[in-house]
Design a protein around this ligand. Structure first.
Ligand SMILES: [Zn+2]
Length: 248
């Protein structure tokens, strides 16, 4: 798929040159009748929802297929059943249903991320099966080791298909987790923010009243940067296709 995908994506939405400064996202990348496959990686259940949930809802609304790929199930002690009220897989499924997405779990353990050759191989196979056109993942110097781990795995899988799909980094709990993040692209999420909020609050065991407030502060700041009420910021890897975000 690599060559076809790259040519196809390069042919669209290329108004932002590589290395261009902060800009609102280019026009929609999907052509009539052709849907994109969008995969959003997260270290834990809830991460993609917080970092790019508004953007993912926009993809789903236009009919694209959206997958949330979590490194683990949010349970640091998988040998024991989840405590009452802390079933994070059930929370993730509810959040995905709200966004119009499908959850996938990569099978690692919360707080015990492993990056080695067998895990690289397994993750490559997982992404090869999903065949994304666009991939979102954590910023590689996030403070949480699980975030950095899934980004290393995702980056390796991207390289293994000759960087044939678009790759974007997102921010979560900026200042606490993501640091030194200067977006290259912004996506207006004003219309989808209520659903993003609902999806984040589906992770009821994870103090959404605290963390959503911080994330929404970031969304409002990114909105100010592009003249919208709320936006999500992304950094595009310049060696991937320069397309794939929903339009302004
Ligand atoms: Zn996390």
């Amino acid at each position: 798929m690599e060559g076809l995908s790259r040519r196809r994506l390069l042919g669209r939405g290329g108004r932002l040159a590589a290395g261009a400064g902060l800009a609102i996202a280019p026009a929609a990348a999907s052509s009539p009748g052709r849907k994109l496959k969008v995969v959003a990686c997260g270290g834990h259940p809830g991460d993609p929802e917080y970092g790019c949930g508004g953007t993912l809802a926009r993809y789903a609304d236009r009919g694209d297929e959206v997958v949330l790929l979590y490194l683990n199930e949010g349970n640091p002690r998988p040998e024991q059943p989840p405590e009452p009220g802390r079933d994070r897989v059930a929370e993730a499924k509810r959040a995905c249903a709200i966004l119009g997405a499908r959850p996938v779990f990569a099978g690692q353990v919360d707080g015990r991320a492993v990056i080695d050759e067998p895990h690289y191989r397994a993750f490559r196979a997982l992404l090869a099966a999903e065949k994304p056109d666009v991939l979102f993942t954590h910023w590689p110097i996030d403070n949480h080791a699980d975030h950095r781990a899934i980004t290393m795995l995702a980056h390796d899988a991207w390289q293994s298909v000759s960087k044939g799909f678009a790759l974007y980094y997102y921010e979560v709990s900026t200042g606490e987790d993501t640091v030194q993040f200067a977006p290259t692209h912004l996506v207006d999420i004003t219309a989808t923010e209520p659903r993003k909020r609902q999806a984040c609050y589906a992770h009821a065991s994870q103090s959404p009243e605290r963390y959503y407030e911080l994330q929404d502060l970031v969304a409002r700041m990114r909105g100010i940067e592009c003249g919208r009420r709320r936006a999500e910021g992304f950094i595009r890897h310049v060696q991937g296709p320069n397309a794939g975000l929903p339009g302004p």
